[in-house]
Design a protein around this ligand. Structure first.
Ligand code: ZN
Length: 67
């Protein structure tokens, strides 16, 4: 049996299907069946969400304040 990919809607072989259960923003559980292409794309978006670009929240990356 083959279920459609939640990303692109194409039927994917079970060998290629992946059930994703990860917490997004610590609240939402994303449960999807994705083909490898959509899975990689989803992971990219997930990592972008989990790694904020703005470093204004107690970040020690760029600015060091010395009194
Ligand atoms: Zn897909």
């Amino acid at each position: 049996m083959s279920d459609p990919c939640d990303g692109c809607g194409r039927a994917v072989e079970d060998a290629l299907a992946r059930a994703v259960q990860l917490q997004v923003d610590g609240s939402t559980v994303d449960d999807q069946r994705l083909c490898p292409t959509c899975f990689a794309d989803w992971i990219t978006r997930y990592e972008e969400q989990m790694s904020p670009k703005q470093s204004s929240d107690d970040s020690t990356d760029s600015e060091i304040i010395v009194d």
